[in-house]
Ligand binder design. Structure first.
Ligand SMILES: Cc1cc2nc3c(=O)[nH]c(=O)nc-3n(C[C@H](O)[C@H](O)[C@H](O)COP(=O)(O)OP(=O)(O)OC[C@H]3O[C@@H](n4cnc5c(N)ncnc54)[C@H](O)[C@@H]3O)c2cc1C
Length: 302
């Protein structure tokens, strides 16, 4: 499928993009899937909570998805970065890893580029991220059951997250990292459940080799902890849509209708890049199936 134009360009080969791509090639659509190959959950060893695939390494899940997509006529995968989507659906692609740059003009564009994460600026946090430290409570709290756990963040919903995590791990300390985000009332309610709040800035994660042992505070005090959760800042990957009128919410995530259409004609979105919770593989993949049906049907009328 290199000479003719694709029907659909899918931007992002995560669970949303791969599921949409698979359903679209099965609907006999020509699909060009473009991916920078920077999966968000790459730091983790096992992903959980996906039917039939519980515990699968995330990179293995991608490899399988890509292989199944490429088994169909009309499927093409390109390692590249989409740099712009023009008002008339002109898609500019910067080729990566030796691939040539390309410009294509499909009939529909699916944005499935997910989010990037900015972790709190704490020394050695990244070394434990994906093993001892996680961000997705639904995905990883089960494995922390009964452990001494930290929750590090400065988001307004920190106390709510703490109550949720305590269901699995009652031995919980909340670190506000110097931010005024847990009110005195909330602190009292947490204390009633045995959860303490540390308000000092966090400077480092302590550990011995791969094993996390504690959280070091600005005063030098170390609070012993075996594992934990952090609240990153999530940044949607949508800069290439600047030339369209696709609407976004206050945190820049794309707003879609029930069929996953954005407000820009011919531009669809699914997966973590859209405005909704929770951020999980099964949710993103389900949206991929729904948006594929929407695109297929819309192209029948086009
Ligand atoms: C550490 C960690 C652990 C997790 N563990 C679990 C778990 O156990 N279970 C679970 O259900 N969920 C888990 N998640 C959440 C899960 O990874 C996401 O919900 C899911 O990957 C979202 O899928 P997506 O298709 O929307 O986006 P992504 O999987 O993020 O895929 C987006 C893709 O788009 C590409 N891309 C971005 N910009 C461009 C561009 N301009 N051009 C081309 N390509 C681009 C990226 O390289 C990426 O490959 C975890 C997340 C993290 C961070």
């Amino acid at each position: 499928m290199t000479d003719s134009q694709p029907d659909v360009v899918v931007i992002g080969a995560g669970p949303a993009g791969l599921t949409a791509g698979l359903n679209l090639v099965r609907a006999r659509r020509r699909v060009l899937m473009v991916d920078t190959n920077r999966p968000r959950h790459a730091p983790t060893l096992h992903s959980h909570g996906t039917l039939g695939l519980d515990g699968i390494p995330p990179l293995e899940l991608r490899r399988l998805g890509r292989e199944q997509f490429l088994a169909y006529d009309g499927a093409e995968h390109l390692t590249g970065r989409v740099t712009s989507v023009g008002a008339r659906l002109e898609v500019s692609i910067e080729g990566l890893r030796g691939a040539a740059d390309r410009t294509v003009r499909p009939r529909a564009v699916l944005v499935a580029t997910g989010l990037s994460e900015q972790l709190p600026a704490v020394a050695d946090l990244r070394a434990y991220y994906g093993t001892a430290l996680h961000s997705c409570i639904e995905c990883d709290a089960f494995e922390k059951t009964g452990k001494s756990v930290a929750l590090i963040g400065s988001s307004d919903d920190l106390a709510e997250r703490a109550r949720e995590i305590a269901h699995w791990s009652p031995d919980l300390v909340v670190f506000t990292n110097g931010a005024e985000v847990v009110s005195a009332d909330e602190e009292a309610r947490l204390a009633a459940r045995g959860i303490t709040v540390e308000r000092e800035p966090v400077v480092a994660i302590e550990g011995e080799r791969a094993t996390m042992t504690g959280v070091r505070l600005a005063s030098g005090r170390v609070v012993a902890r075996e594992a934990g959760f952090v609240v990153p800042t999530w940044v949607p990957q949508v800069g290439f849509l600047a030339g369209t009128d696709a609407s976004r919410d206050a945190s820049d995530r794309l707003i879609v209708d029930a069929g996953f259409r954005t407000s820009a004609r011919g531009v669809y979105a699914a997966g973590d890049v859209i405005s909704r919770e929770p951020m999980q593989i099964a949710v993103a993949a389900g949206e991929g199936a729904v948006v594929a049906r929407t695109i297929h049907r819309d192209l029948l009328d086009d």
